[in-house]
Design a binder for this molecule. Sequence first.
Ligand code: PBG
Length: 331
Amino acid sequence: MTGSYPATRLRRTRASVWSRALHRETMLTPADLIWPLFVTEGAGVEEPIGSLPGVSRWSVDLIAHRAKEAVALGIPCLALFPNTPGELRSADGREALNPDNLMCRAIRAIKDACGEQIGVLTDVALDPYTSHGQDGLVDAAGYVLNDETVEVLVGQSLNQAAAGADVIAPSDMMDGRIGAIREALEGAGHVNVQIMSYAAKYASAFYGPFRDAVGSRGLLKGDKKTYQMDPANSDEALREVELDLLEGADSVMVKPGLPYLDIILKVKETFGVPVFAYQVSGEYAMIEAAVAAGAGERDALVLETLTAFKRAGCSGVLTYHAAHAARLLNG
Ligand code: PBG
């Protein structure tokens, strides 16, 4: 206290519940959450995912129930990922272009059930459809071809938009795909279909359980380092974001989430655009493992991590804990 009068005591405003509520700088609400859901074939099917305890794949009919649950919880948007049956996976991922593929059927089921009450965000990348598990077309040496892949991603985006997707979310990290997809959407009259670009997506070790969920882990040969970003880089993330914005992205994503809060903050401060974080499967699994080990308390871990994303500048967060968090926030 030396030399300061009146005494500055930062603990004063923390001393009571009402005062902490009054001084809280960051608010987390269910409206900040995007709930990723995995879709699988069949009817009445729920398949738990071993490496993602508490998360399941749902058949299309049950996906519609999840959508209604999300609406009731105040969650504004769902993110869909298909577990394509093995026999429909091919080197060129052509099932991504099938207007009756799992993804398109799930989009239609949600829109039939909930209409404008919920947004549907769809992943654009070929990994759930390829027999090699890469996000694009590969040459003889296994290199993921950029421009050839972008052509397929454009077709995949148009296919999803025609089925009723509200937000196209390219997660493939090919160069130039945002511009190509935007132009094609405009040309097809989908002027109000948004693009949320996975702009700064890192070649991360945190995606393992997701690859189990979409059935690509066992198929994947090698890694994704020739297209996803080096975790050591941040200037490059800003260039990725800048290009995607110039090409027409409405919002951008940083992925994974918690290990990349510095990137989120930089993107927000540099561009002042809507930024989203993906708290990915490995992050979810880490929290669940901590809970199972008695090392932490789920509700507190979930709310603290999600609040951190908002504090760093996020408009919202994709999280597998979305429904649980919304329940907690709704009291
Ligand atoms: C693939 C894709 C991945 C995730 C979302 N889209 C995995 C990958 O790039 O291998 C990861 C999400 C998660 O781990 O929760 N295009």
